[in-house]
Design a protein around this ligand. Structure first.
Ligand code: CA
Length: 215
C-alpha cells in the first residue's frame, strides 16, 4: 500500500515538473545558439548569427556579438514571441557580460507587439567583465514608449505581451567596439496556474496520507 502511494506521489511530482517546464521559456545555450540572432535594437534588420562558445558561460555555452548595427541587439527566437500573457506579472531574466559601458544608462530590453514598441529604462548598466543577472519585472512599471517616451499603461503592457512580435536585448553598451555575451535567458512565471496548484495540493495530500500509513 505504501509503495503504491509512493509511486503515485512520484507520478504526481513528475506531472508537476512537466507543468513547470511547460510554463517556462529558457535558453541556456548548452549545445548551440538556440535560434537567437543579432540585429538592430530599434529598427527591423537582417538577422545575423551570433558567435557560439561552448564554454566560459554562466555556466557552459553562451552567445557573443560585436558591433553589427547602429544599436546592436540580441533578437529572441519564435519561442519567446506570440501570446506570452502567461508571463504577465512574472519576470524576464538574462545574464549579460560586457567589456565596458558608457556613462549613459541604456535600456536593457525592448518589446514590440500590438503596434507598440516599448523599452525598460532606469536599470543600471552591467558591471564590466562579470556576468550580470537582469531580472526585469513583466509589469508596466518602468516601461516607456520609444516613440513618445510616455510611460506604458497596464493595458498597453498586457496587449504587447499578448501579441509579442519582437524581444530584443541590448548588445550595445559602449560608443566604441563592444563585445557582449548572453546566457540564461528566460521568461519566468511567478504565479502557478490553477491546474498546477491543484496538482500540488494532491501531491501534498498523498504525501500526508503515506506518512500517516507509515506511522
Ligand atoms: Ca550557458
Amino acid at each position: 500500500m505504501i509503495s503504491r502511494l509512493s509511486s503515485s506521489v512520484i507520478a504526481i511530482t513528475a506531472v508537476l515538473s512537466m507543468a513547470e517546464a511547460g510554463r517556462a521559456t529558457s535558453s541556456t545555450f548548452t549545445a548551440n545558439d538556440e535560434g537567437w540572432r543579432v540585429g538592430d535594437y530599434l529598427v527591423p534588420s537582417v538577422p545575423s548569427v551570433p558567435t557560439y562558445l561552448a564554454a566560459g558561460g554562466n555556466p557552459g555555452g553562451f552567445i557573443r556579438t560585436d558591433d553589427r548595427s547602429a544599436w546592436t541587439a540580441f533578437l529572441a527566437p519564435a519561442a519567446y514571441l506570440g501570446n506570452q500573457s502567461a508571463f504577465l506579472g512574472g519576470t524576464l531574466r538574462f545574464d549579460i557580460r560586457i567589456l565596458a559601458s558608457d556613462p549613459t544608462v541604456y535600456p536593457p530590453v525592448l518589446l514590440e507587439g500590438a503596434g507598440l514598441q516599448i523599452a525598460r529604462i532606469g536599470v543600471a548598466n552591467p558591471v564590466n567583465n562579470i556576468w550580470n543577472t537582469f531580472q526585469i519585472a513583466l509589469v508596466e512599471t518602468g516601461w516607456y514608449h520609444t516613440t513618445t517616451l510616455n510611460p506604458v499603461t497596464a493595458a498597453e503592457f498586457a496587449s504587447v505581451m499578448g501579441n509579442l512580435t519582437a524581444l530584443r536585448i541590448s548588445a550595445d553598451w559602449l560608443t566604441g567596439p563592444d563585445q557582449v555575451d548572453l546566457d540564461n535567458v528566460g521568461f519566468v512565471s511567478t504565479v502557478p496556474e490553477p491546474a498546477t496548484i491543484s496538482l500540488f495540493g494532491a501531491a501534498i495530500t498523498a504525501l500526508a496520507f503515506a506518512r500517516r500509513r507509515r506511522g
